[in-house]
Ligand binder design. Structure first.
Ligand code: UN1
Length: 494
């Protein structure tokens, strides 16, 4: 018998008003049921927003450095439970333990950063144009935030949003992905244990249309922070737009690694293997296109194919596993669909393109790391986000051609160039349209204290990570103090 988990609303673990539940299974072995969770609906969101309103009243009055102390304790608890959490996260979403430990570490880093931000939350002062008058801007808590998060980083991505919101003095209603509700329960338990007052965070599990959508339209919700697909993000933005809610979106990617003829080939091979097949290709930053200059193309591909074939597929909790399963059946079907599309488009399937024959893997959503060569920029496998272990290899003539192909997609999250030529590297930094450019490193692996986000259809101008995210979760009030004792008319008496 697996355990049953409930929503957290107003500091109490409660069943959904719908009375319905859903089962969450291990993607490496679907006979293993992780737990049963509340399939929530609009009534649960409404209750959660009411509780969050009360939570906001209380929490917003607590000084930011004291709020930061709660995050410090949350960071300590995440550190203590890193292995235990990682084990459950891998069971729930499949990526190998080394990666789920990294996921928790990213949340730990974010917690400590947030804790220290409680003592900054800087705004700015500037001299007034009038004598005996002071002008200064101060940061205030912004309100109640709806947080909608994906399953691929079940602890790290929520931490990017929830920790800054909390330090800013906001209250939270969180709807995590239906594939990783267990991780969400554990995350919230840690915050409560760290001393977060009841009502400040509400956890409402369930599915997008029933539980996510009403959050985006609830009148007491100030804004939404979302990570997920561009299609869903645009719907959320439209709903938020109707009510002038704030909205921060982190969406799709079609990230490319460009390798020039002069690159350190060994380094570039290691980079693309990790960037394309780490997390089974299920990162918004995953390397989905490999652009190889003509001189190294053939040799590079031969070696890459061999190494991809040597990657060990399996249960992420077993030692020696390199690549775990896809998250669910739909995700695996999507990869298989793109293999058909790529083949029909005339690309050359060099390896993978099938479910592994190994019977020991039959119980999970496994798919072999897949590489297409001879891919042309206009092909769908070079344009559309697949979110799986499928790499499209394109040949490029030189740096300019590489940058042109790199930019020729609707997305702009991460990018990477391998070269030993400093001028080529700076050309890429300058001209690649992306929120992130790596030089001699893969497209994945952002650090918690740098801005994270993308351009074009990847985002809507906001950044997570670092300090820019604190702008999103706080309001600025400008204060003018006139201590001259007389009426001074701005723009007139100067
Ligand atoms: C994501 O896939 O949504 O940069 C986030 C990286 C990770 C975060 C990925 N630190 O690959």
């Amino acid at each position: 018998m697996s355990e049953t988990y409930r929503n957290l609303i107003g500091g109490k673990w409660v069943e959904s008003a719908t009375g319905t539940t859903f089962r969450n299974t291990n993607p490496a072995d679907t006979s293993d049921v992780v737990g049963t969770f509340a399939a929530s609906g609009p009534a649960d969101i409404d209750e959660a927003a009411v509780a969050a309103k009360a939570g906001f009243e209380e929490w917003s009055r607590i000084p930011a450095p004291v709020r930061g102390d709660v995050l410090k304790r949350a960071g300590d608890l995440l550190t203590e439970r890193k292995d235990e959490l990682a084990d459950g996260m891998t069971r729930e979403m499949g990526k190998p333990l080394v990666e789920t430990r990294g996921d928790v570490q990213e949340a730990i880093d974010t917690a400590y950063y947030a804790a220290s931000e409680g003592r900054r939350l800087f705004s700015y002062a500037a001299p007034s144009e009038l004598p005996q008058k002071m002008g200064v801007s101060i940061r205030r808590p912004a309100g109640i935030f709806g947080i909608i998060t994906p399953w691929n980083f079940p602890i790290a991505v929520p931490s990017w949003k929830i920790f800054p919101a909390l330090v800013c003095g906001d209250a939270v209603v969180w709807k995590p992905a239906e594939d990783t509700p267990w991780s969400a329960v554990k995350f919230v338990e840690i915050l409560l244990e760290a001393g977060l007052p009841e009502n400040v965070i509400q956890l409402v599990t369930g599915f997008g249309p029933e539980a996510g959508a009403p959050l985006t339209t609830h009148r007491w919700v100030t804004g939404i922070s979302f990570t997920g697909s561009t299609a869903v993000g645009c719907k959320i933005a439209a709903a938020c737009g109707e009510q002038a809610k704030l909205v921060s979106l982190e969406m799709g990617g079609k990230n490319a690694q460009l390798v020039l003829d002069d690159a350190d080939i060994e380094l570039a091979l290691e980079g693309v293997l990790w960037g394309a097949f780490g997390t089974t290709g299920q990162r918004c930053t995953a390397t989905s296109r490999l652009l190889l200059q003509t001189g190294i193309h053939d040799e590079f591909v031969d070696e890459l194919v061999q190494r991809a074939e040597a990657l060990v597929l399996g249960d992420g909790r077993k030692r020696g596993t390199d690549v775990g399963p896809l998250i669910n059946e739909e995700a695996r079907d999507k990869v298989a669909k793109y293999v058909r599309i790529g083949t029909d488009e005339g690309a050359n399937l060099r390896t993978g393109g099938e479910i592994p024959a190994d019977k020991r893997l039959a119980g999970g959503w496994f798919y072999r790391p897949t590489i297409f060569t001879g891919v042309e920029p206009a092909m769908r496998i070079a344009q559309e986000e697949i979110f799986g272990p499928l790499l499209s290899v394109l040949m490029v003539e030189n740096l300019d051609h590489g940058i042109e192909v790199m930019n020729d997609v609707r997305y702009g999250l991460s990018s990477s160039i391998y070269t030993q030529d400093v001028n080529a590297a700076f050309q890429a930094i300058d001209r690649v349209d992306a929120g992130i450019t790596y030089v001699n490193g893969p497209t994945i692996g952002a650090e918690a204290h740098y801005p994270f986000g993308g351009v074009k259809d990847t985002g809507n101008g906001h950044r997570e990570g670092g300090w820019p995210v604190y702008d999103f979760f706080s309001d600025l009030k400008t204060v003018y103090v006139d201590y001259s004792g007389r009426l001074q008319r701005t723009q007139i008496d100067t």
